[in-house]
Design a protein around this ligand. Structure first.
Ligand SMILES: *Cc1c(COP(=O)(O)O)cnc(C)c1O
Length: 414
């Protein structure tokens, strides 16, 4: 629209999509409502109280007593970067076992933080055996182990429950990126002896991307405090600097972010108020439902989706014993144009499913059942749309079987 004041566009009116990919997913309506509240000031007692509540809520989501539990403003990657740049001093050895795209991301961010990165990769669609991790720790003596829990690129869920003990035994800090898996699968920060965990909102937590909840053990905080540096302009005489090297990012300096979220309320960035409202509402919704019930709902919807796809005659990708509950990889049948089907799903049915990266590109679709969309109706609509398009494309699939099988599996899972 051209007016005499310049060029403007139509008012926002995004299409009503059903997001059934590997994330982002359709947000819980209550989260969107929470974000629409009017702003309040950064040090308004109402605001600092909401910050404290958000910390308390995420301690429960992460299953931890860590007082250092807060939000990093930015997408999940900001949480990863904050943890790695704050814990890694240039020259430190960091071990990164890789079983998908996000392992490569951890390695890349650790390298940029100056680490000497030791990594090894297992075949995509499998997970890393505990013994392989322990052997690499013995051989390379890293300061930190960085390990993804759920890698959406392959849909695999890395078992973490024994890794913390191995790290403890060898004096290694243990960090996990649980963005894709948290609240869709079991996760235990304290029981599994993790030193640092970061996540994002746009997977099973059911919000938009843009806020990264992080939790840090006392030991991780001690490493960060040893690097304490307060910027000039807000620094006072009583501030003492740490002996270790200054953290190389200002924005992601978790020590300064801790002082902002802590009692000192030392000014750092301006907390992204609307995203804090979103993050608080995501945690609140999941805790109201109960974490066990939320995980069970993801398991049930995920099983129904997987059984419907199998009943249609499609093959699932990867080791199904180590699949995340909330996302499934489906092998694109031979002679089918995967992108054309995905595009028709979107254009004709308003349903988005995922493509894939790297070695899996063009080979699998990824279908998520996460957060608000971990439900029977979304599973059935997605299966029926896919069935219709595959039949239309001449793929010999069993018509009607997906609906019956998914429904039966869902009801058995009750
Ligand atoms: C989806 C996902 C992310 C997302 O990172 P963003 O910065 O929010 O895009 C990070 N890590 C893992 C393991 C993921 O699955």
């Amino acid at each position: 629209m051209k007016t005499d004041k310049g060029t403007v566009f139509e008012r926002l009116s995004p299409p009503p999509r059903l997001l059934m990919g590997p994330g982002p997913i359709t947000a819980y309506p209550r989260v969107l409502q929470a974000m629409s509240h009017q702003l309040i000031g950064q040090y308004d007692p109402a605001m600092t109280e909401y910050m404290n509540q958000t910390m308390a809520l995420y301690r429960q989501i992460f299953k931890t007593d860590n007082s250092a539990t807060l939000l990093v403003d930015g997408t999940a990657r900001a949480g990863i970067e904050a943890v790695l740049v704050s814990l890694i001093e240039p020259g430190d050895t960091v071990l990164v076992p890789i079983f998908g795209r996000f392992g490569h991301l951890l390695a890349e961010i650790a390298e940029r933080a100056g680490a000497h990165v030791v990594s090894f990769e297992v075949e995509w669609g499998t997970v890393v055996p505990d013994s392989m991790i322990e052997n690499a720790i013995i051989q390379h003596r890293p300061k930190l182990l960085a390990l993804v829990q759920g890698d959406t690129s392959t849909t695999m869920l890395q078992p973490l429950e024994n890794i913390g003990e191995i790290c403890q035994k060898h004096g290694v800090l243990f960090y996990s990126d649980a963005t894709a898996s948290i609240v869709g699968n079991e996760f235990e920060t304290d029981a599994w002896q993790l030193d640092a965990v970061s996540v994002g909102l746009q997977k099973c937590l059911g919000g938009p991307s843009g806020s990264a909840p992080v939790t840090l053990s006392e030991q991780a905080v001690a490493h960060i405090r040893a690097r304490k540096h307060i910027e000039a302009g807000i620094r006072v005489d009583s501030h003492e600097f740490g002996q270790a090297s200054r953290i190389r990012s200002n924005y992601f300096d978790l020590g300064m972010i801790l002082d902002y979220w802590g009692e000192e309320r030392l000014n750092h960035h301006t907390e992204a108020t609307s995203m804090l409202f979103a993050a608080r509402e995501c945690a609140q919704l999941n805790l109201e439902e109960g974490l066990d019930a939320v995980i069970a709902r993801h398991r049930r919807a995920g099983q129904a989706m997987a059984s419907g796809l199998t009943a249609m005659g499609l093959a699932l990708f990867g080791d199904q014993n180590h699949k995340m509950h909330n996302v499934v990889g489906v092998v694109i049948p031979p002679n089918v144009n995967g992108e054309a089907i995905r595009s028709a799903m979107l254009q004709q049915f308003n349903i988005e499913i995922g493509t894939s990266f790297g070695p899996l590109h063009g080979k699998i679709w990824r279908i998520g059942t996460m957060g608000y969309n971990a439900r029977l109706d979304t599973v059935l609509s997605t299966l029926l749309a896919l069935e219709a398009l595959l039949l239309q494309a001449g793929v010999p699939i069993k018509s009607g079987a997906a609906y019956q099988c998914a429904l039966a599996t869902y009801n058995e899972g009750a």
